[in-house]
Design a protein around this ligand. Structure first.
Ligand code: ATP
Ligand code: MG
Length: 346
């Protein structure tokens, strides 16, 4: 039995949670999802991967819950439960000294929300005075190997499930950032709305996500296809199928793509000229699962006239960043010196 638990890095995402354990690498990569039954006294039926496997197959009274919404904690108790479950699954329970934990948070998080995450992590098994909140775009930049501690500016755009964060990073911290509650889940929702309005049909979240991944596009295509979609008729409630032209998905996804573009433009406008010239030279780094929407990198490149680099493994960059922190304890001192963690443990 190890007496001291290893340092761990957690990317607590709206859609997925990943845990990196020092010297072992990423040990957990599961949906941030629980199946819960009962309303007053809730019982947890399944967590993470097991919960996802049950979606659509649950009995009456069961609900699938994502305890985070738009990147922030919506349900404190379930966040604590899911964190405890993942921490135990990653490192076990047999340590006398609890682990130091680096955990990602949205950059627009309020002091109250920070306290909520810190308390959830502490009651989930993290060492109380060793919980370090790391801004997601910073974690992603570090995890992508960008020169985050140099005076040079880098721009990271993280399109997650619940949020899109646009940030300029230099000298060990975030120079400026903007976070909008538009990510992959909003993209799924525009597909659900499209099918509701044009076909009077309701489709499930997973079907919408599959359509987005298989047929969604940020660019118009010359190769029009007919996609067969299964759902439930809104009036009769009966199962129904519809044939939808793939270009309709492109049309619906224009709005979320445009919102991401507008946010990048806004941040570029506000970026100090020296850092801006670094960004114009190096381009923008796209990370997060939503950045894999077909053609999104080319759409942004042509609209902004800037080089866009899509990360090799875009859903892993943030956990790789907090994982790097967990592997190299000297980086914590560097962050504290750069005043980046000034209000940590507040
Ligand atoms: N190939 C793909 N094309 C489009 N979207 C994708 C693809 N693969 C995954 N996604 C989307 O990526 C999103 C999840 O990304 P990610 O795991 O980075 O989010 P998260 O970190 O949990 O959320 P957040 O950072 O907003 O809290 C989901 O909405 C998913 O549908
Ligand atoms: Mg994320």
């Amino acid at each position: 039995m190890a007496i001291i638990a290893p340092d761990i890095g957690i990317d607590l995402g709206t859609s997925n949670t990943l845990v990196h354990v020092r010297k072992k690498g990423v040990q957990i990569n599961e949906p941030t999802l629980l199946i819960v039954t009962g309303s007053e006294k809730r019982t947890i039926k399944a967590i993470g991967q097991d919960a996802l496997a049950l979606v659509g197959r649950t009995s009456a009274g069961d609900v699938a819950i994502r305890p985070l919404q738009d990147g922030t904690v919506k349900d404190f108790d379930l966040t604590e439960i899911i964190l405890r479950y993942f921490i135990r699954k990653a490192i076990g329970v047999s340590h006398l000294v609890k682990p130091r934990v680096y955990i990602t948070v949205p950059s627009r998080i309020s002091p109250v929300e920070k306290r909520v995450i810190r308390e959830a992590a502490a009651s989930a098994g993290a060492r109380k005075n060793a919980i370090h909140l790391i801004d997601k775009p910073f974690a992603s930049a570090l995890g992508s190997g960008l020169p985050v501690f140099e005076p040079e500016g880098s721009m990271v755009v993280d399109i997650g499930g619940g949020t899109t964060e646009v940030a300029v990073i230099a000298l060990g911290g975030i120079v400026l950032s903007r976070s909008i509650p538009h990510g992959g889940i909003k993209m799924d929702n525009v597909i659900i709305d499209l099918i509701k309005h044009e076909h009077n049909m309701l489709i499930g979240d997973r079907m919408a996500e599959d359509i987005k991944i298989d047929w969604g596009s940020a660019l118009p295509s010359s190769d029009e296809r007919k996609v067969v979609v299964r759902g439930r008729d809104l009036i009769t409630g009966l199962p129904q199928t519809a044939e939808i032209a793939s270009s309709r998905f492109y049309a619906a996804l224009q709005e979320p793509c445009q919102k991401i573009l507008d946010t990048i433009r806004e941040i570029l406008d506000k970026t100090p000229p020296e850092l801006c010239s670094d960004i114009l030279r190096k381009g923008i780094f796209l990370v997060g699962g939503g950045s894999q929407l077909y053609g999104l990198d080319r759409f942004l490149a042509s609209e902004l006239n800037l080089p866009i680099t899509l990360a090799k493994d875009p859903m892993m960059t943030a956990v790789n960043g907090v994982g790097t922190m967990a592997e190299h304890s000297e980086l914590l001192q560097k962050l504290i010196r750069s005043n980046f963690l000034r209000d940590d443990n507040a």
